[in-house]
Ligand binder design. Structure first.
Ligand SMILES: [Zn+2]
Ligand SMILES: [Zn+2]
Length: 98
């Protein structure tokens, strides 16, 4: 059984609120669903999202510029709002995401 019917495959997408991975049957395209995690209401997209890896990178990492030495550092988005040490000059900076 190797012939997979794309119509029977689930649509995979990500919650725009919390980034959790979701899957819905094709018959639910355009339907409103609620994210089981953050309860945000979402519309099931017409096709599986591509570039999920890039989106995950964007969600998890942020670029921060050190105010002291102006070195740009990749910082975990989870660290936003809390002081992190600049790896270049070791002064503390607060990461903020736009
Ligand atoms: Zn969510
Ligand atoms: Zn620095």
């Amino acid at each position: 059984m190797s012939n997979t019917d794309p119509a029977k495959e689930k649509i995979r997408f990500r919650c725009t609120g919390c980034g959790v991975k979701l899957a819905a049957p094709h018959k639910h395209v355009g339907a409103s669903i609620r994210c089981p995690k953050c309860k945000l209401s979402l519309t099931v997209p017409e096709a599986s999202e591509t570039g999920v890896v890039i989106e995950k990178m964007r969600a998890d990492w942020s670029l921060a510029r050190c105010p002291s030495c102006e070195e740009v550092t990749k910082v975990r988005a989870a660290n936003r709002g809390i002081p992190v040490a600049c790896p270049s000059c070791e002064s503390e900076m607060i990461v903020s995401l736009e």
